[in-house]
Design a protein around this ligand. Structure first.
Ligand code: TXA
Ligand code: MG
Length: 317
């Protein structure tokens, strides 16, 4: 199969209506989308990514009214957050209704729903008038794509079409939240920070891990978001100055040899937008190792550290 790249919404729509998978832009990362009401189409997402079918998918909707038939209830506290942050990088875990296939939810009774702000995806969803199931458009376990060429590098030959909507504005996956004992909890840190949620809620949402919650999100798998080149946290030793590439948050004059910078202005938003693209770039340099400086552990730094720790875990001795 030859993979085409283009900006033609009608072509994307046609493939999706035929039950094929299409890579789509969102404001976070590119997604690999298929008609959520077509089980064969949904299964082909897992096949294209080499993803285990036990790992559930997010349903994308244009807005809340479109989502209501697919869920049993949208709790009132989620309505507050929906008003504040959607469309945007926030995913809600809610009880699913009977129309949602268990292939989407990995057999769980809950479903993840999200309302993306990207104008291309909004238009597609309005025209389709049905949800698109979409994980990030990378091969399983690898770095997520934030532009069409990242998708092409990983999925060329595996999907018919990549809808090119430019570089992703946020560059990090959505924040995934759920409700436990009437409190909002975070299952995956992402584009909406814990601090922003706190301002809307009046309390800091707790971060839950797999053991506590009994559910699985990629934010909870130990190895994930990994480069092909071994990746380590911190600074490269001097004897590796020419064989390893260093990524720093902002300019650092002491680094010798290959060196990439995430944000000249030293802003977390800019680092987040550039993080995956910089990891893809570093991975393509043919170096023996990648070293990256971790972030402060708050705001978007929390989400970025989470990704880096999971990527580095794969290469830890
Ligand atoms: O920003 C994003 O969220 C991107 C764009 C494409 O929308 N999507 C994304 O999908 O990151 P994915 O599949 O790479 O990560 C979604 C995570 C998965 O780890 C999955 O386990 C979790 O959401 N998830 C999905 N349904 C769930 C459910 N019912 N309960 C708990 N976790 C769920
Ligand atoms: Mg992913």
């Amino acid at each position: 199969m030859e993979t085409r790249v283009g900006q033609d919404l009608a072509v994307a729509l046609q493939y999706l209506m035929q039950g094929q998978t299409v890579a789509i832009p969102t404001e976070t990362v590119y997604g690999l989308a298929a008609d959520a009401n077509n089980e064969d189409a949904v299964l082909s997402i897992f096949a294209a990514k080499n993803r285990p079918t036990s790992n559930p998918l997010i349903l994308h909707f244009a807005d809340l009214p479109q989502a209501l038939p697919y869920i049993n209830e949208f709790p009132s506290v989620f309505k507050v957050l929906y008003k504040e942050f959607c469309p945007g990088p926030l995913t809600f875990i809610v009880e699913k209704s009977s129309v949602v296939s268990s292939f989407i939810t990995g057999g769980q009774q809950t479903v993840a729903i999200r309302f993306s702000a990207h104008p291309f995806l909004q238009k597609l969803l309005v025209k389709l008038d049905r949800p698109l199931a979409a994980p990030s458009a990378n091969l399983y376990g690898q770095v997520s794509p934030t532009n069409a060429s990242h998708v092409y590098q990983q999925l060329n030959g595996r999907i018919p079409y990549i809808l090119d909507g430019g570089s992703c504005e946020h560059g990090l996956e959505s924040t995934i939240i759920g409700l436990q004992d009437n409190k909002v909890v975070i299952f995956r840190h992402g584009g909406i920070t814990a601090e922003a949620l706190q301002t809307a809620l009046g309390y800091i949402p707790e971060t839950k891990n797999k053991e506590e919650s009994g559910i699985l999100t990629s934010g909870m798998v130990k190895y994930h978001y990994a480069t092909q080149t071994p990746l380590y946290l911190g600074f490269k030793p001097i004897h590796e100055k020419d064989t390893a590439v260093q990524i720093t948050i902002t300019n650092n004059l002491e680094i010798e040899g290959p060196h990439l910078i995430l944000s000249n202005a030293n802003l977390l938003e800019e680092s987040a937008r550039n993080l995956y693209a910089t990891l893809h770039h570093a991975d393509g340099l043919g170096m023996q190792k990648i070293y990256i400086q971790p972030f402060i552990d708050s705001g978007l730094g929390k989400a970025m550290n989470d990704r880096l720790f999971r990527a580095a875990a794969k290469f830890a001795k």
